[in-house]
Design a binder for this molecule. Structure first.
Ligand code: BES
Ligand code: MN
Ligand code: ZN
Length: 498
């Protein structure tokens, strides 16, 4: 989809559709008011008849509204004016775009971006309108023999800003939104692909492709032999049961103007998690194709920053493999030596994410990073504690944690911090190795983070557990592209503090 920014009166737009908001209860927004005046009170007449109360997300499509130059006027409910915040703004945009995409308009002029949102400026509204619009029209149909055709898909959206002086900043915001949306699309596509297509080798190929498409991104894909030479005994122990060879993907994007050390993003890339010998139950096991969504979010974030030509230094590290049972698979009780030299007693082969991240965190040391953030669908317990709304955040540095929480809030891709006190470390004790890979069931997400912290002592580090936020279940089952918005927003804010 294409986006442009414009400033002007709604009744004067020569367009297939003009979109204007109505607040609950029947209160016209400024743009709806202008259309009302131009049409001699047609809008208020319709509203008086009770066809549009202004309830959040309600839509009413009108044709040939007199006094206007557009073919259609779409009224969108915005809910109560004093409750109009991030969530309401995004939900109104989503309703409008879904309807436009399913009806006859190829293009439209959206006036919802003119509505005031508490705490947010016009650039925020434009950026988010673009992200939400792209999210709303996303479809994953590459595996269907006959993709369903959208008859007249929405091709072009014009976003209206209140003043001509907002145009330049608005255009930059739209470009940022589009880059984030493209990053999310990539992360969603990779997440949605089945495990038999999206293998570790496939992830490596897609990373290489990304580097070809964006020459600012350097890509290196390590194979098993190189990982062995690096001493990645923890990572490689997870691949033992699989016929699919592992990959360790390294991405580098160095465009900061301040010659800084890079931030490192580490993404969990388990392309399918059966649990290994500690086999998972059958119910919903198909969802474990999403166990590489951390990796996908790293690739998506690289796509976003490269498209923006952002002036940042970032390294991406993706340990990728399958977790399968077999005669050669790692067994409970096996002890492995990690790249850090620390030995690990693998008491449960289903706690594999932390095993592959451990060696990637050690590999990160060579960059002397400013900060390291790992992103992983790490624990089922995360879904129990925070549900599908917030990602879990853990960190050994409060300033870094704050910055990530703020970025998540700004990007509407929120995280919530959980404690990492040393008291939680005790459960990992082992009689046979330096420590074990699991603790009891209690506080499972925190003890998993504690395990990772033992490999992240040499730098500022944070861990995002995205088990509840990386994909949706049910009717809308599919990858979400989170936390690409959070990560991208965080990287940009680091270079240009507000
Ligand atoms: N990939 C899973 C975590 C997961 C499970 C994410 C369900 C989303 C939904 C991870 O590898 C795993 O299996 N974790 C175990 C850890 C346990 C064995 C300590 C879990 O959460 O059950
Ligand atoms: Mn597992
Ligand atoms: Zn897993």
């Amino acid at each position: 989809m294409e986006f442009t920014i414009k400033s002007g009166s709604p009744e004067k737009q020569r367009s297939a559709c003009v979109v204007a908001g109505v607040f609950d209860n029947r209160k016209l927004s400024l743009s709806a008011e202008l259309i009302d005046r131009a049409s001699n009170g047609y809008i208020s007449e319709i509203i008086r008849r009770g066809d549009m109360e202004g309830k959040l997300g309600a839509t009413l499509l009108l044709h040939n509204v007199r006094g206007t130059l557009a073919d259609r006027v779409l009224l969108v409910g915005l809910g109560k004016e004093r409750d109009f915040r991030d969530r309401e703004f995004r939900s109104a945009i989503r309703s409008a775009v879904k309807l436009l995409n399913e009806t006859g308009s190829y293009e439209a002029v959206l006036y919802l971006t003119e509505e005031k949102v508490k705490r947010r400026e016009v650039v925020w509204r434009v950026e988010h309108a673009v992200v939400v619009a792209m999210e709303a029209v996303y479809r994953f149909e590459q595996m269907k023999s006959q993709p369903t055709e959208v008859r007249r898909p929405l091709r072009k959206l014009t976003l209206s800003v209140p003043q001509r002086s907002d145009l330049t900043a608005g255009e930059a915001a739209a470009a940022r939104g589009l880059a984030i949306a493209h990053g999310m699309d990539l992360a969603r596509d990779l997440g949605n692909l089945p495990g038999n297509v999206c293998t570790p080798a496939y992830l490596g190929e897609r990373a290489t492709q990304l580097g070809a498409e964006f020459p600012d991104i350097g890509v290196k894909v390590l194979e098993r032999k190189e990982c062995e030479e690096l001493g990645m005994g923890s990572f490689l122990s997870v691949t033992n049961g699989s016929e699919q060879p592992p990959r360790f993907i390294v991405l580098e994007y160095m465009k900061s103007v301040r010659k800084a050390k890079p931030c490192v993003l580490v993404g969990k890339g388990i392309t399918f998690d059966t649990g290994g010998i500690s086999l998972k139950p059958g119910l919903d096991m198909d969802q474990m194709k999403f166990d590489m969504c951390g990796a996908a979010s790293v690739l998506g974030t690289f796509r976003a920053i490269a498209e923006m030509k952002a002036q940042v230094n970032v390294v991406g590290l993706i340990p990728a493999c399958e977790n399968m049972p077999s005669g050669r698979a790692t067994k409970p009780g096996d002890i492995v030596t990690s790249m850090s030299g620390q030995t690990i007693e693998i008491l449960n082969t289903d706690a594999e994410g932390r095993l592959i991240l451990a060696d990637a965190l050690t590999y990160a040391e060579r960059y002397e990073p400013e900060a390291v953030v790992d992103i992983a669908t790490l624990t089922g317990a995360m879904v129990i504690s925070l549900g599908h709304v917030a990602s879990g955040l853990f960190s050994n540095n409060e300033t870094l944690a704050r910055a990530l929480l703020t970025a998540g809030d700004d990007a509407y891709d929120r995280a919530w911090q959980l404690p990492m006190w040393d008291d939680y470390q005790e459960g990992l004790a082992s009689n046979f190795a330096d420590f074990a890979n699991i603790s009891g069931r209690a506080g499972g997400s925190i003890t998993a983070a504690c395990f990772l912290s033992r490999f992240a002592k040499k730098y500022e580090w944070a861990h995002l557990d995205i088990a509840g936020t990386a994909w949706k279940e049910g009717k809308e089952k599919g990858a979400t592209g989170r936390p690409v918005p959070l990560l991208t927003t965080w990287l940009l804010a680091r270079e240009a503090p507000a």
